[in-house]
Design a binder for this molecule. Structure first.
Ligand code: UGA
Length: 429
């Protein structure tokens, strides 16, 4: 099928590449001409495992192309996906200006029936607004349908998640676009749920909020584990074996971050408020997340006492492993908190150092993870990168003034670390 994706961020670019991979003819549109130039020249502006190969392969096969012209994108396809940002505003509500602008642009360019599909995470009832906007700004008065098709991919696993989705949600106002939507997703062999637009939009916010709730829940349990001398990983393993609960998203940590969970929680609380419901449960999820970071900083100060002029090595800057994304990263927040206390930092991340430099200054960026500990008073693990498990602990022990590690991601075995002479503080163990 001929498909256009507007917005080449994490969602849009990966969606475009995966649609092309299964044989669709895809045009990706972005209003950032410089970004389009990079993409046209074979460059990938984000780090996402497997994406570069996929883009190169499909561009070479003539199934994937890039343009900065929305009109061109609209003209070339029958189905237009919107995948532009929906950033948070200071009061927690969502900034819908990008979606609204794209809806107007699509409307002005439409000369024949189009299916306009929203993939961005949006507040419930956005579909109605998009439909109304297109109706108003389409002078030719051509027919169209609006569809909600939320995306559930995780950064760092985006290609994998898109190629093998757990489910595909299609929200519609009429049956007319259903066959085309099913045809687009047919090659992915995933269960498809067809529902009304409002429910589809709610599924996305409700899912992300529930996952965040799961993390805050295990983080709250981790506090109990520490107080009672239990091990949160054992508790999570035992809980997770109940199929109704599941083991995933039960990793206690210094808190969740990223461009989705914090934003979507605030938005969902706000949406609830607008329809007259006080979503106290989700407010608690947010507070637990703030407390978890406070508790971690306190752990560090309890052992190191005064942080002023201390040298601390920090492993991890991305908001989680397998990504270069530092938006709302707990690791960056932690670094800033330690800096505020007067600590000097040596930091490393396998992929996120370039992006971190734009938000974190006054630290020493170290290329080799094993050299981070050099001349430091303690090491901190802030992101759950698998490669950190391969850290040369013996070298780190010698390089530190005293072997002290604060592990915000429970990457090492606590008993073994203590046996090896470390003062080792982790989460919920
Ligand atoms: C999240 C959802 O998982 C995706 O399904 C959704 O499509 C996406 O938001 C979105 O709305 O676009 P993402 O933000 O990429 O995906 O990252 P996650 O893997 O969900 O991790 C979020 C944060 O939670 C990270 O900081 C991570 O380290 C933390 N986390 C995750 C934990 O602390 N413990 C866990 O057990 C799992």
């Amino acid at each position: 099928m001929k498909l256009t994706i507007i917005g080449t961020g994490y969602v849009g670019l990966v969606t475009g590449a995966c649609f092309a991979e299964v044989g669709h003819q895809v045009v990706c549109v972005d209003n950032d001409a410089a970004k389009v130039k990079v993409l046209q020249a074979g460059g990938i502006p984000i780090y996402e495992p497997g994406l570069e190969e996929l883009v190169k392969k499909n561009v070479a096969a003539g199934r994937l192309s890039f343009t900065s012209s929305t009109a061109e994108g609209v003209a070339k396809s029958d189905v237009i996906f919107i995948a532009v940002p929906t950033p948070p505003q200071p009061d927690g509500s969502v900034d819908m200006s990008f979606i609204e602008k794209v809806a107007r642009e699509i409307a002005s360019a439409m000369t024949a029936y189009k299916i306009v599909v929203d993939k961005s995470t949006v507040p419930v009832k956005t579909g109605d607004q998009v439909a109304e906007t297109i109706k108003r700004y389409n002078k030719a008065k051509v027919e169209f349908d609006v569809v909600s098709n939320p995306e559930f991919l995780r950064e760092g696993f985006a290609v994998e998640d898109l190629m093998k989705p757990d489910r595909v949600v299609i929200g519609v106002r009429s049956q007319r676009p259903v066959a085309a939507m099913k045809e687009i997703y047919e090659p992915f062999n995933a269960p498809i749920i067809v529902t009304d637009i409002n429910s589809a939009e709610l599924i996305k916010h409700a899912s992300n909020s529930f996952l965040a709730l799961k993390i805050s829940y295990i983080n709250a349990v981790s506090v109990l584990c520490e107080a009672a001398g239990a091990n949160v990983q054992e508790v999570a393993a035992g809980m997770g074996m109940d199929a109704r609960i599941g083991r995933r998203f039960l990793n206690a940590s210094l808190g969740f971050g990223g461009s989705c969970f914090p934003k979507d929680l605030s938005a969902f609380v706000k949406i609830a408020e607008q329809v007259g419901y006080d979503f106290r449960l989700l407010k608690e999820v947010q507070s637990i997340n703030v407390e978890q970071m406070n508790r971690f900083v306190k752990k560090i100060t309890e052992i190191l006492w005064v942080l002023k002029d201390k040298n601390i090595g920090v492993l991890g800057l991305a908001f989680k492993q397998n990504t270069d994304d530092v938006r709302q990263s707990p690791a960056i927040e932690l670094c800033q908190r330690l800096q505020k206390e007067g600590a000097r930092l040596r930091v490393h991340d396998p992929k996120a150092m370039e992006k971190a430099r734009t938000v974190l200054s006054g630290v020493t960026y170290v290329d080799d993870m094993n050299a981070v500990a050099d001349g430091c008073d303690a090491l901190v693990i802030a992101t759950e990168w698998d490669e950190f498990k391969q850290l040369d602990l013996e070298r780190a022990r010698r390089a530190l003034s005293h072997p002290i590690m604060f592990d915000g991601r429970n990457l090492f075995d606590a008993a073994e670390m203590e046996k090896a002479g470390w003062i080792y503080k982790s989460i919920g163990r």
